[in-house]
Write a protein that binds this ligand. Structure first.
Ligand code: PEP
Ligand code: MN
Length: 337
């Protein structure tokens, strides 16, 4: 359930109600909104507890949340969550661009890609140091060495870094190099990893599992929120369907739907969503029109030579052209880029 407090409830009142909830055996998550404060109450549903609370001064009403995702849902947090990372705000209206190669391959490849995406207008550089590959014979990533190259990119270009963390054992290592830790589609329901990530405060980009329903995706986000990490960004990256012409089916209807259900920002990845570089521009435009808070796009200086995901990667010139096109789309839907 959630306890909606009166407009202008004082800190003292809020603390008194929180203490009462704790005495009753409930966990309390506070959400301070622009208009009012809401307390998310975690624990068993009890009518008499709701009645006791409703009688307390400062309480406007007690509402039972019917959806299984309590903290990720809009009922608990009616305002959009805005995640601030350095000078960048995600979810505040201005679109964010996360761009870069699938994998960290070498210093030269990384810096060339980074300067190009920065020049084109990206705020974040993406590249995996730890790579979850379908085949054990494919390039597996540069691991720790890759992370130090990403740190060099940040030092030299000022770009913020998004990179994948694959297991619970490397969370602190990746968190030292990353501004956003990415959970890949294959790990969306790795609950040990989610629990570990819930203990840190760095933002997590939670990609949708390739076979996950929207509810399963939001429940994965709930693991992060319920452990105390509220800095969660969702990323739609396509789901697996019967269609073989594309690598995945980019579910753009998920964008407005998730935004209705949840307060968390939503990013779209049209690169993994289609698997084809020539589909990326159209799906990027569509994602912006559908209300995405940003895009994650794979960009490689020389896609035919890429060690992973070359067929879906734009080259640096194509990326710069796409960003120009997106400015007009953003403007037409009341966003800026
Ligand atoms: C990636 O971003 O390179 C990646 C592996 O993504 P996903 O987990 O969506 O396949
Ligand atoms: Mn990739």
């Amino acid at each position: 359930m959630i306890v909606v407090l009166n407009h202008g409830a004082t800190e003292e009142t809020i603390n008194r109600i929180s203490e009462k909830l704790q005495q009753m055996g409930y966990g309390v998550h506070r959400s301070t909104g622009k208009k009012r404060t809401i307390l998310g109450v975690i624990g068993e549903r009890r009518e008499e507890a709701a009645q006791t609370l409703e009688a307390m001064p400062g309480v406007e009403k007690v509402v039972f949340i019917t959806r299984p995702f309590k903290l990720a849902g809009r009922e608990f947090h009616p305002d959009n969550t805005v995640i601030e990372i350095g000078p960048v705000k995600i979810g505040a209206g201005e679109l964010v661009l996360m761009a870069g190669p699938c994998a960290v391959e070498s210093e030269a490849q990384l810096l060339e890609a980074a300067w190009a995406v920065k020049e084109a207008g990206a705020q974040f550089f993406r590249a995996g140091a730890y790579k979850p590959r379908t085949s054990p014979y494919s390039f597996q990533g540069l691991a720790r060495k890759g992370l130090s190259l990403l740190e060099k990119v940040r030092r030299e270009t000022g770009l913020l870094i998004v990179t994948e963390v694959m297991d619970q054992f490397t969370v602190s290592e990746v968190a030292e190099s990353a501004d956003i830790l990415q959970v890949g589609t294959r790990n969306m329901q790795n609950f040990y990893l989610l629990r570990e990530l819930s203990k840190i405060r760095k933002p997590v980009l939670l990609k949708r599992g390739m076979s996950a329903t929207i509810e399963e995706w939001l429940m994965a986000a709930e693991y992060l929120l319920s452990g105390g990490n509220y800095n969660v960004i969702l990323c739609e990256r396509g789901i697996r369907t019967f269609e073989p012409y594309t690598r995945n089916t980019l579910d753009l209807s998920a964008v407005p739907l998730v935004k209705q259900l949840s307060h968390l920002p939503v990013i779209v990845d049209p690169s993994h969503g289609t698997g084809k570089s020539n589909l990326v521009p159209a799906m990027s435009r569509a994602a912006v029109a559908a209300g995405a808070d940003g895009l994650m796009i794979e960009v490689h200086p020389n896609p035919p030579e890429a060690l992973s995901d070359g067929p879906q990667s734009l080259d640096t010139r194509q990326f710069a052209g796409l960003v120009e096109e997106l400015k007009g789309v953003a403007q037409s839907v009341g966003r800026t880029l």
